[in-house]
Design a protein around this ligand. Structure first.
Ligand code: TRP
Ligand code: ZN
Length: 470
């Protein structure tokens, strides 16, 4: 679902190869006016121009899949419920997964073509603006992770005994056909079959108290994410796991780790509960209906804030990392990005939550942490990228995004004072719950609450590749 409207840049795919030719049926307007036109192949994100698609708004994804770790074979059907936002003669999905068997729109076979990461779907009948339609895509084969020099490994990641999905920023297309842009949030149902003896986890809550009955040596687990979610935050984990189920603040806390990581992650459950309780006090009501975490040996060297249930690679079990991933539930997951260049809104605030956690749990004050980093000399590499627009390959730059992002938040706190600052944190998460935002929205709110003009402060901290004056 799209929460805010925006101009759609046209990235029209050309030179399509039709794989399944069907007799052309002329599209006819049944409601409204205007010709039926192709939806655009991108949403105009400058860092990921191909990601996302124009002309429709997804409401729900149902992802049904069966995975066999031994052969790495995935068989899947993804059903998408969407609403057309213009009269569509055809539309794109983002998909880099295995071989497609068939595509149906509203229950009828549709023709399709694959070009790069675009899956171009041409339905038999035009799709009128404002009308809901369904797309069903069946596919099978061995899914591949997406490897990017600057952004690391994302998507469908094979593990020793199963697989785990981690998809920031654009790995979702490796395992399901998707409108892969963070502004089109949707709800999700996961129906995952895996060989008996393996555990399946996903975002949200297990349905029907966990698992359905055995079927031919496979068991199907259904999980539901009932709150709007960006596609990069969708997660499935299959494998041998030690699962702990508990309750925190009246909701399920479901954590799991690969048995070989028991030593490292035995505190995951308890720290998750402690962090969620503390963060709810500082950041406002927790935005989802369950929490938890999943730890496995992935070899990606990061953790990811997958919605409601972050994923941790081996080596990422420290308390600050857990606090960070859970702070993202407010900053990044519930309050999402409209544009990837604003990634500092995710990472700066999640990193600042670590500073605040330390400050309030007997560690150094945030002021102290800030002062340590501020010692970096003007002209040094530390100040090289723009925090507010680091470039695609700089999205996860430690200095520019994580450290200077948190420093930007602290500079704001110094300027507007503690009372207004802590009100700002809670107002920001409350007013933008389950929505998407821009840096401009943050500046506007901070100015509204403080009564100060903050343009110069944000300009110096975000849009200059230089050490700001204090
Ligand atoms: N967003 C993750 C976090 O900080 C980190 C992350 C995701 C990342 N993808 C990455 C870090 C790629 C480096 C490279 O919680
Ligand atoms: Zn982060």
């Amino acid at each position: 679902m799209l929460r805010r409207s925006s101009p759609l840049a046209a990235f029209v795919a050309t030179g399509l190869t039709l794989i399944v030719p069907l007799p052309a049926v002329p599209a006819h307007a049944s409601t409204g006016s205007g010709a039926y036109v192709p939806g655009s192949a991108g949403l105009g994100d400058p860092y990921f121009p191909q990601a996302g698609n124009g002309g429709y708004d997804v409401g729900h994804y149902t992802i049904r899949l069966r995975f066999t770790p031994k052969t790495r074979h995935l068989g899947a059907t993804t059903t998408i419920t969407a609403t057309a936002t213009e009269n569509l003669s055809r539309f794109d999905l983002d998909f880099s997964g295995p071989k497609i068997g068939k595509v149906e729109v509203n229950g009828e076979r549709a023709s399709y073509a694959r070009k790069g990461q675009e899956l171009v779907v041409t339905p038999r009948h035009g799709l009128p603006s404002g009308k809901t339609f369904t797309v069903e895509v069946s596919y099978a084969g061995r899914p591949k992770a997406i490897k990017d020099r600057a952004l690391g490994v994302t998507g469908w990641i094979d593990t020793k005994d199963g697989a785990v999905v981690l998809a920031e920023p654009d790995g979702a297309r490796s395992w399901f056909p998707v409108n892969d842009n963070p502004r089109d949030k949707a709800t999700y149902t996961f129906e995952i079959s895996a060989p008996e003896g393996l555990t399946v986890l996903a975002n949200g809550e297990p349905k029907n108290s966990g698992v359905a009955g055995p079927r031919g040596g496979y068991r199907t687990s259904t999980w539901e994410m009932r709150r709007p979610m960006a596609s990069y935050l969708a997660m499935v984990a299959i494998g041998k796991f030690k699962v702990t189920q508990g309750v925190v603040d009246g909701m399920p806390n479901i954590t799991a780790y690969d048995p070989s990581l028991a030593k490292e992650f035995k505190h995951l459950h308890g720290i998750t509960a402690k962090a969620i309780t503390w963060e709810s006090k500082i950041l406002g009501d927790y935005p989802f209906s369950s929490t938890g975490g999943v730890a496995d040996r992935l070899g990606v060297y990061y953790a990811l804030e997958t919605q409601g249930r972050p994923v941790y690679d081996a080596g990422m079990a420290d308390e600050p990392t857990i606090v960070h991933e859970l702070a993202h539930q407010w900053f990044g997951d519930s309050v999402g990005l409209r544009s990837w260049k604003d990634i500092w809104l995710n990472e700066g605030f999640a990193s600042y939550a670590e500073w605040l956690y330390q400050e309030q749990h007997g560690g150094p004050s945030a002021e102290n942490t800030f002062a340590e980093h501020y010692k970096h000399k003007a002209g040094s590499a530390f100040w090289k990228l723009k925090t507010g627009d680091p470039g695609r390959n700089g999205m996860f730059d430690w200095n520019a995004i994580y450290v200077r992002g948190a420093m930007t938040v602290h500079a704001l706190r110094r300027k507007i004072g503690d009372e207004t600052f802590f009100t700002l944190l809670r107002t920001w998460t409350k007013e933008n719950r389950h929505s998407t935002v821009t840096t401009q929205d943050l500046i506007a709110l901070a100015e509204r609450l403080s009564g100060q003009n903050l343009g110069d402060l944000f300009d110096a901290w975000l849009y200059k590749a230089a050490k700001p004056k204090l």
